[in-house]
Write a protein that binds this ligand. Structure first.
Ligand SMILES: Nc1nc2c(c(=O)[nH]1)N(C=O)[C@@H](CNc1ccc(C(=O)N[C@@H](CCC(=O)O)C(=O)O)cc1)CN2
Ligand SMILES: Nc1nc2c(ncn2[C@@H]2O[C@H](COP(=O)(O)OP(=O)(O)OP(=O)(O)O)[C@@H](O)[C@H]2O)c(=O)[nH]1
Ligand SMILES: [K+]
Ligand SMILES: [Mg+2]
Length: 460
């Protein structure tokens, strides 16, 4: 594929800031820059070495007026982000300078880049594969350093190399099948069949391992939706504030204080958690509170995890039982709050409805139990296993592909076990291979690729 035009965009956020960058990529980058740049020392930017900078001014060639004082950096193809010539104009931050310089660059031969087009070129020019490109956007959007670490590893090809390894092993199986079809003696076929089944099972194991981690990966990429639910006044908003370490929600001793849902992002041990404080659930005639209660119920459905809070200083009542019914089918951490007060709750009822390992005894007012709650959230995300430097599939698209590839391989095994001719099985192995190629981009259709890059920001 040959890309002819030179693209340009503002690569820094538009707004007040120290420095703004207008980036160009393509074979005309340097000659376009030459038309609008005047070096302070009278040097020619054509003599710039790759990965160096030069100080000077952007001049509007039509009026000969100075537009901004800048530093230009030059990166020579092919050792660049896009594998093309790149020129970056580092100008003063703020909206005016970057916009003026961008428009000068466009008037002088560049085309405005589409969202993600720099990264798309890196992909089309073969510097990175599709899953590495997808990770670039995750890197930008990462909400915790943990998520960022995983995205960075993925941009460096950690997932791709695993996928490529599996694809190579599938090619090995296909080669075996082809060879045995050429020599169709029964005994050879039997040896080949059992070898293929053994290899297939190993591949399936590897795929299942990736799928198993994908739930965690998705949470690290997208965040864990967690709702705090319970009767009025049990201390839900107090818990939100404690986790946020700020007085975000109003806390009073009046039941029904929180009437609308409150959403906040918190970093809990590297996990991006979207925490939702809800209106206490109860029967009410108050029209505002009633809507709040309905919303609380909706949020229960949308949540990955529920923090169900009860007041240990009061016996459970019908309202608690009703909430227990509402959350029965969800993953739940039960926080038994206010243990600083005399105990009145029937713990047996709690224990008969929830696993002991999911209970936390707390007194939010005296800061007891908060670390326990964080630990339970971490255990939930990592299924109680130690966080290792695993490969995490973070992207639902990748996970779906892995599922389909696994299905095809399973069908391949079935076909062989039924004693059908090996070339029938080879269709399944080819399918699995082509599916996995959609992760790396080797076999992804153009519309899939376009959709992925259109989700990027301008200038990336
Ligand atoms: N100013 C600036 N900062 C930036 C970027 C950029 O485009 N411009 N990046 C954009 O996202 C990131 C850096 N990403 C990069 C990724 C690959 C290559 C690259 O292709 N490097 C060459 C080797 C460089 C060398 O020769 O020393 C290569 O791999 O061949 C460069 C930057 C973050 N910081
Ligand atoms: N003794 C004691 N009181 C607590 C504790 N946690 C919260 N409270 C008090 O319980 C009352 C209700 O707390 P909130 O955080 O407003 O409770 P809530 O569940 O958000 O209430 P609603 O929004 O009305 O549903 C406040 O007076 C808190 O100070 C605790 O651990 N011990
Ligand atoms: K309250
Ligand atoms: Mg509240």
């Amino acid at each position: 594929m040959f890309i002819d035009d030179t693209i340009a965009a503002i690569s820094t956020p538009v707004g007040e800031g120290g420095i703004g960058i207008v980036r160009m990529s393509g074979k005309d980058s340097l000659s376009i820059a030459e038309k609008i740049f005047r070096s302070f020392k009278g040097k020619n930017i054509r003599d710039m070495k790759s990965y160096t900078m030069m100080y000077g001014f952007i001049i509007d060639p039509k009026t000969n007026e100075k537009v901004d004082e800048v530093i230009i950096s030059y990166m020579k193809a092919p050792n660049t982000y896009t594998r093309e010539d790149i020129v970056e104009i580092n100008c003063h931050g703020g909206v005016v300078a970057v916009k003026k310089i961008l428009s000068l660059v466009l008037q002088n031969g560049a085309r405005l880049a589409e969202p993600g087009e720099f990264t798309k070129r890196a992909f089309l020019n073969g510097r990175i594969d599709l899953s590495q490109a997808e990770a670039v956007i995750d890197l930008i959007r990462a909400k915790t350093s943990e998520s960022m670490h995983i995205a960075l590893e993925q941009t460096q090809g950690k997932l791709s190399s695993k996928i490529k390894d599996i694809m190579n092993r599938l090619l090995g199986i296909l080669a075996h099948i082809e060879a045995s079809v050429d020599f169709p003696e029964d005994d050879i076929e039997n040896v080949v069949s059992s070898k293929i089944i053994k290899d297939s099972r190993e591949i399936i194991n590897d795929i299942e391992y990736l799928i198993k981690n994908a739930e965690t990966g998705k949470i690290l990429r997208e965040g864990l939706n967690t709702s705090i639910v319970g009767k009025p006044n049990v201390g839900k908003s107090s818990l939100l504030n404690a986790l946020l370490e700020e007085k975000r929600a109003i806390v009073t001793d009046i039941p029904g204080t929180t009437r609308d849902v409150i959403e906040e992002y918190i970093n809990i041990r590297g996990i991006p958690v979207k925490i939702i404080d809800t209106a206490g659930i109860r029967e009410t005639e108050d029209i505002v509170e009633k809507i709040g209660v309905e919303k609380s119920k909706e949020y229960i459905e949308k949540s990955d995890l529920i923090i169900f809070m009860v007041d240990s200083s009061r016996p459970l009542d019908d309202e608690d039982y009703e909430i227990i019914q509402l959350i029965k089918h969800k993953k739940v951490i039960v926080v038994i709050n206010k243990i600083d007060l005399p105990l009145a709750i029937d713990l047996d009822v709690i224990k008969s409805n929830f696993k002991e390992e999911n209970l936390v005894f707390a007194s939010i007012n005296t800061e007891k139990g908060i670390e326990d709650i964080k630990q339970k959230i971490e255990d939930f995300v990592f299924s109680g296993e130690v966080k290792s430097k695993d490969i995490y599939v973070t992207n639902v698209r990748h996970k779906d592909i892995l599922f389909k590839a696994k299905e095809s391989i399973n069908k391949g095994i079935e076909t062989i076990e039924l004693g059908l001719p090996l070339d029938i099985a080879s269709v399944e192995y080819k399918d699995a291979y082509l599916k996995l190629g959609e992760i790396t981009g080797d076999t992804a259709a153009e519309d899939i690729i376009d959709r992925i890059f259109s989700d990027f920001c301008i200038g990336k």
